[in-house]
Design a protein around this ligand. Sequence first.
Ligand SMILES: [Zn+2]
Length: 405
Amino acid sequence: MTAPATAHGLLSGLDEIADIGRDARRGGYSRHLWQPADLELRDWFTGRAVRLGLDVEIDRNGNTWAWWGPRGDDAIVVGSHLDSVPGGGAYDGPLGVVSALEAIYRLQASGFRPARPCAVLVFAEEEGSRFGIACLGSRLMTGALDAGRARALVDADGISLEAAASAAGIDPAGLGEDRAALARIGLFLELHVEQGRGLIDLGSPVAVASSILAHGRWRITFTGEGNHAGATRMTDRRDPMLAAARSMLAVRDAAVASTGSRATIGRIEAVPGGTNVISSQVTVWLDARAAEDAAAQDLVTEITARVSAAAAAEGCTAVVAEESWSGAVAFDEALRDRLVHSLHGVPTLPTGAGHDAGVLSSRLPTAMIFVRNPTGVSHSPEEFATLDDCLAGVAALEQVLRELL
Ligand SMILES: [Zn+2]
């Protein structure tokens, strides 16, 4: 779907950013906070917004706003994110941003003028790929993440968030709860590619979100005894890699035993990480989710017990530390019903994925529109949505904005 930059109406924004942040090793895209691809995407967004006559500003936490008309409190704010997971797809995040700009373009082209303030908002580091905490920009804005803790976060290269913010022109002292920004948002709308197969079964191109699973991230550190791979008898070992291996199976078994729950270990790091070396320490990251807060916490309690037993069986120790936690979200019912009504009764759908709209829902009304994903695959280069379904999403957003503004 190649189209010239001026050809609005074909989601040409996705074409314009198609080469930014491609990951040759993993496939797909790696677009991480304040790294070159993210900075290039921010420049692209600013240019695209300015061409629509929008007024761009960056807030204290590195989130980018583009105002249609005068800035003001109680605005209708619509947006998503531009960053990705490592090796992510083209739609998770950018589809929401591109669709928001496209909907505004269509409203402008039809002669519509908003009666209340309106902005497109691009949140920083939604995926948490650089500093480990998902929805970083919205968590900082709402105060859900302590600014001091955020400043001390370090990326894989040992660069602190404080230093990275400074390098990107954001004053680290200004990070944290931003009540002025929150007051600006009367309600927040996020359009997003569906991360699952719900809409395939429902036979609809779009749906309105009903809820988000409770979810969190935990760092599990196994400590054993580093030693020589050739000189150490098998019976003399305390190998934390084996403790981690036992634990991964235990994590799967615990999640299977808890109906509707999900638990994943998708990342592992060994120290020192040599082929002929028994590791001294192995760290894995656990992502666990469930429909209710208590069920998710119970699952992690059960996993912690199983992981400790797995470590002990290998003569190792395990420490489980929470890195982030998001309680289950039930989206604002009145707003959800209003969207369903204005979209002529589209279905509602829960999601297992976290979103900035979920974080903001603790402070103000939020809603989400999902666009059908024909494979259900997300956080992967295979992520996809058809052009027709994407355009149905834009039309839905345009319709909702027309009514709310
Ligand atoms: Zn996303």
